[in-house]
Design a protein around this ligand. Structure first.
Ligand code: OAD
Length: 254
């Protein structure tokens, strides 16, 4: 049987999973490419065709909320037609098997939740949440809205009739303080896996170094090299779907 190059390297992960190591996973767009969701960067990336400055900033929304909503409504329609893949399914099983496991995702597609992952820390928010652009007093900060497609763009706030905004983090906006605190707490672990992210966007990209500082065995799963590749304990050069599928039997062993 021919082994994939990384299959011999799973032992350090399997051993830690076997002894019940606290495990934290950080995911990026690479775990959803197998479901047909385009990544952010690269030849197939969203930003090959769209300019984030004109679509993913508060100023862009202020300038043309209809245009910004056309793009987000298109992304919601695209993701609604995608299914979680094997990578999402394995990570969902891990969150169900192990209540100490933490899953932090930079993705806004909601596929981890649709696969059944519990306690997902959504670092950059969600396509499937909205908020009142004017933060009207009777509205919560964010709420779920699965309407797809929206009959009218831009959609309006059910509390004040003003503009709705997508529940995602835009450039120039901060990360929710609770999400930051939960993510920092999750770096206190024995095993940290960074999967399917180009590790270019902070503060998310800094979590793996923080976990390593705190004593975690750190692993990168990505077909391509990234800026953290030289700073983790183990690099598995392959896709999330294939590698997590190979690791899964070991995690079930606990
Ligand atoms: P990117 O598109 O920057 O990076 C995706 C990474 O996944 C790349 O390193 C690919 O090589 C890798 N990849 C592709 N297919 C893969 C597969 N099947 N298995 C494993 N890896 C694969 O997306 P992110 O790193 O997630 O933030 O981008 C981070 C943030 O940049 C996004 O969350 C977004 C953007 O700014 C906000 O919108 C705030």
């Amino acid at each position: 049987m021919t082994l994939m190059p990384w299959e011999r390297e799973l032992a350090p992960i399997a051993e830690r999973l076997r002894v019940g190591a606290r495990t934290t996973v950080l995911t990026g767009a690479g775990v959803s490419t197998g479901s047909g969701v385009p990544p952010v960067r690269g030849d197939e990336g969203l930003w090959r065709r769209y300019r984030p400055e004109t679509l993913a900033t508060p100023a862009a929304f202020q300038r043309d909320p209809g245009l910004v909503w056309e793009w987000y409504d298109w992304r919601r329609q695209l993701v609604a037609g995608c299914e979680p893949n094997r990578a999402h399914a394995v990570l969902a099983a891990w969150t169900r098997h192990d209540p100490t496991m933490r899953l932090i995702t930079q993705n806004v597609d909601g596929l981890h939740e649709r696969a059944g992952s519990e306690r997902v820390i959504r670092f950059h928010g969600s396509l499937w949440e909205v908020g009142c652009w004017d933060r009207c007093p009777s509205s919560p900060a964010r709420w779920s809205d699965l309407t797809v497609p929206f009959p009218v763009l831009p959609p309006t706030c059910r509390y004040c009739g003003g503009l709705l905004r997508p529940g995602v983090v835009w450039f120039g906006e901060g990360i929710d303080p609770t999400v930051l605190a939960d993510s920092e707490a999750a770096t206190a672990c024995e095993l940290f896996l960074t999967i399917g992210t180009s590790a270019l966007v902070y503060p998310a990209a800094g979590l793996v170094a923080r976990a390593r500082e705190r004593g975690a065995f750190t692993v990168e799963i990505n077909p391509d090299e990234t800026p953290v590749s030289d700073h983790v304990d183990l690099v598995l050069r392959g896709t999330a779907e294939a590698i997590l599928d190979a690791i899964e039997p070991h995690s079930a062993a606990r």
